[in-house]
Design a protein around this ligand. Structure first.
Ligand code: 2RA
Length: 340
């Protein structure tokens, strides 16, 4: 006995990965529905070795469906997620709409799986921002051992975080650099992204930080520990898929870098690749299509009493979005919506 599963936003980067990962992890699906907006209606998408035609999100009846993975952005989520939830279908939403709502659990299964029991209040569960998800997976085992006081993180975020348009812009601008007659002005990003980096993701807030940076602070506090001080600088880089992060942490208790390596090596969801030699670390190109959150460059920060530096890389479409959402569905199935 399996589940009737809906993927809303099935033609986008994340929606397609949700379908891929449901199949790859052999999630027990009795029936699958791939939903899209009117403009993408009828588009065929892959689900394992099958091809399924997308159906209309606007008119879809969620009654009798068990779980709906939403990857449609905040506006469409606002319009359709409550309808799905009211029909008894548990919504796992990848947009930022519900992440900061105290009534709605924000979950990274390796970090706060127990929060799953809070889903029933609104029948909605929020998926974190991609840059937050990989970071809290890396922080959790170190926090459990030595209690993290403060995090300073700089991110190097791929253009796929900005959707297919972001990837297309990088591709077209890169080609244009070698073909000067073809000018490709910035559209999705504020400045040229090809051969450049942009310290601006999402909108600017009055504080001077960007909303992406604010999200990392707010979500780390909600998922891991509200007492942790976090400051972030989020940067867009000319990489197609895979977010990287340089993370500096200060802990209550001293944690030797080699003990930190031992802890990370055993921690759920983490692959430690850390040799102090050329190539002894992970780069974004190597994380694409993988499930793991990779950690490298673990070393003491001797400028403070209890400091560590580390390098964290993960596929932003997978652990940063689709994989985490499917893992929440697996958690629902194992802890709450038991079947069969
Ligand atoms: C980005 N984290 O990378 C944001 C949304 N996916 O653009």
């Amino acid at each position: 006995m399996g589940y009737k599963v809906v993927v809303a936003g099935a033609t986008g980067n994340v929606g397609r990965e949700m379908l891929n990962i449901l199949a790859e992890r052999e999630f027990p699906v009795d029936e699958i529905a791939a939903l899209a907006s009117r403009k993408s209606l009828g588009t065929e998408v892959s689900f394992g070795d099958k091809t399924i035609k997308t159906r209309d999100l606007d008119t879809f009846d969620f009654t009798g469906w068990d779980i709906a993975l939403f990857a449609v952005g905040s506006e469409a989520t606002k319009a359709y997620a409550p309808k799905a939830a009211a029909a008894g279908c548990v919504v796992i939403d990848n947009s930022s709409l519900y992440r900061y709502d105290p009534e709605i659990p924000l979950i990274v299964p390796e970090v706060n799986a127990d929060a799953i029991h809070g889903y029933a209040k609104r029948n909605i569960i929020a998926n974190p921002n991609c840059s937050t998800a990989q970071m809290v997976v890396a922080l959790k085992p170190l926090h459990d051992r030595a209690r993290i006081k403060r995090v300073v993180v700089s991110t190097y975020q791929s253009v796929s975080g900005a959707g297919k348009e972001g990837m297309d812009e990088l591709w077209e601008q890169t080609k244009a650099v070698y073909n000067p007659v073809q000018e490709v002005p910035p559209k999705k990003f504020s400045k040229q992204i090809a051969f450049n980096v942009i310290p601006h993701i999402d909108v600017f807030l009055d504080s001077g930080e960007t909303k992406e940076e604010w999200k990392m602070v707010a979500e780390t506090k909600k998922i891991l520990d509200p007492s942790i001080k976090v400051t972030a600088t989020c940067v867009r880089v000319p990489v197609f898929v895979g977010h990287s992060e340089a993370i500096n942490i200060e802990t209550e208790e001293f944690l030797d870098w080699q003990e930190a390596q031992d802890i990370l090596r055993e921690a759920p969801g983490i692959m430690l690749v850390d040799k102090r030699e050329a190539g002894g670390y992970v780069t974004p190109i190597e994380c694409v299509g993988e499930f793991a959150t990779y950690v490298s460059r673990v070393r003491q920060d001797s400028t403070i009493e209890n400091g560590l530096n580390l390098w964290c890389v993960s596929d932003n479409l997978r652990k940063g979005a689709a994989l985490n959402a499917v893992q929440i569905a697996e958690l629902l199935g194992s802890r709450v919506l038991k079947k069969g």
